[in-house]
Design a binder for this molecule. Structure first.
Ligand SMILES: *Cc1c(COP(=O)(O)O)cnc(C)c1O
Length: 396
């Protein structure tokens, strides 16, 4: 059956991205099953979206109750779940205002529009936004123009203008790129798609100081690193700073598509007519996200992220003593990159998948691990055991 689906996909679907040859049909917690009945341990979690794993009963109930009440009503009207989620996010972040979108790229698109308008009305028409090489902000026209990977943007020229790219983790490069035309600096607290690149401890603090001094908006993309993934609700908490604008998505809906654009009152320049979305902030998605946020805040799941993250980092680090190809481990909490000395991450992943472990080769030499935030100690041990065997076989 999976062969049939995969053959049809090759014929019907735009071949815009590569897939692993696995057809998933159901899941439970950190486990998923394919159409042949084979079981896998899921350390991809929908690319860091399935906060509580698969088929979580609480989330399923929140979705089903809302689906049986009011799925969608348009932003022409008010709705309760939307404002309940807004309140949860505002009370649990340094932000004052929120706008809901349907995805990460869309939330970032809103952040870029907000920054352009802010520069227009508050900074003499300044419209340039400083972004980073190797960064990832999404796949829409503005976010590909801002992306730091040339291959993602070059086929789509002419690009949205006004983005200045500098090296990540280089405050002097940001300073040198700043001009009277600069409105904002937009970075990820950790470059995730870029290969789990954690900047120096003082990078975000120095960016904050520079933005204050130069009157620039500091925009943080918390789409992958936020919502508990790195062991605190937001990654910027660990740097002891507050952004002016930030975006969230991925884990926010626990697997249901939703994105959020948040800002301080000082950056709140949108007026009626400036931005909108048919589905953004609809009752179904916001009811799901409200359930997710409430549980992340009220449970001890962040402690689990820190403990399982430390456990995984230790165990993966120990693989370095056994395998010459293992160079090191980087990341925070449960966003982990296993760095290899050779471009064999895709082979290691294919081998692991054969052994019943789903992983992602985020770069040719980096395997990314991003299990559900409620992953157990036994599941982390099992993952490292399988990876150990996979690396042994691939390097034999
Ligand atoms: C995934 C991701 C995006 C894009 O989100 P989509 O929901 O795929 O549009 C943007 N920024 C970061 C850091 C991401 O990880």
């Amino acid at each position: 059956m999976s062969d049939e689906i995969q053959a049809l996909e090759a014929q019907l679907y735009m071949q815009a991205a590569r897939r692993l040859p696995v057809t998933l049909v159901r899941g439970e917690g950190t486990r998923v099953w394919d159409s042949d009945g084979k079981e896998y341990l899921d350390f991809v979690a929908g690319i860091s979206t399935n906060t509580f794993g698969h088929a979580d009963p609480g989330l399923a109930q929140a979705i089903s109750e809302q689906a049986g009440t009011l799925i969608h009503c348009s932003n022409i009207f008010f709705s309760e779940p939307q404002i309940e989620l807004a309140q949860l996010l505002i009370e649990n972040s340094p932000m004052d205002r929120v706008f809901f979108a349907n995805s990460g790229a869309e939330a970032n698109e809103g952040a870029l529009k907000l920054a352009r308008k802010w520069g227009g009305v508050r900074k003499n028409g300044a419209g340039e936004i400083i972004v980073t090489h190797n960064g990832f902000l999404g796949r829409t026209m503005a976010t590909v123009a801002a992306t730091g990977t040339p291959a993602y943007r070059e086929p789509f020229e002419p690009l949205v203008p006004g983005f200045v790219h500098v090296d990540f983790d280089d405050i002097e490069a940001v300073q040198a790129a700043t001009s009277p035309q600069t409105a904002a600096v937009m970075v990820e607290p950790i470059q995730a798609e870029g290969g789990i690149i954690v900047p120096s401890d003082d990078y975000l603090r120095k960016l904050r100081e520079w933005c204050d001094e130069q009157q620039l908006l500091l925009i943080l993309d918390e789409i992958q690193v936020g919502m508990g993934r790195t062991g605190t609700l937001w990654a910027h908490e660990q740097a002891g700073i507050e952004p002016d604008v930030m975006t969230s998505a991925k884990a926010l809906g626990g697997g249901v598509p939703i994105g959020a654009l948040l800002c301080k009152e000082s950056a709140n320049v949108f007026e009626p007519g400036d931005h909108g979305s048919t589905f953004g902030g609809q009752p179904l998605a916001t009811a799901a996200a409200a359930h997710v946020v409430r549980r992340v805040i009220e449970s001890d799941i962040l402690q689990n992220v820190r403990e399982r993250g430390a456990q995984a980092a230790r165990a993966l680090g120990a693989l370095g003593e056994k395998h010459a190809v293992v160079k090191g481990v980087r990341g925070r909490g449960l966003l982990i990159g296993l760095e290899l000395n050779d471009a064999i991450a895709p082979d290691v992943v294919v081998n692991s998948v054969g052994r019943g472990l789903l992983l992602n080769p985020v770069r040719p030499d980096v395997v990314r691990l991003m299990p559900p935030l409620n992953v157990s100690a036994e599941e982390v041990d099992r993952c490292v055991e399988i990876l150990d065997a996979a690396i042994t076989e691939v390097t034999a």
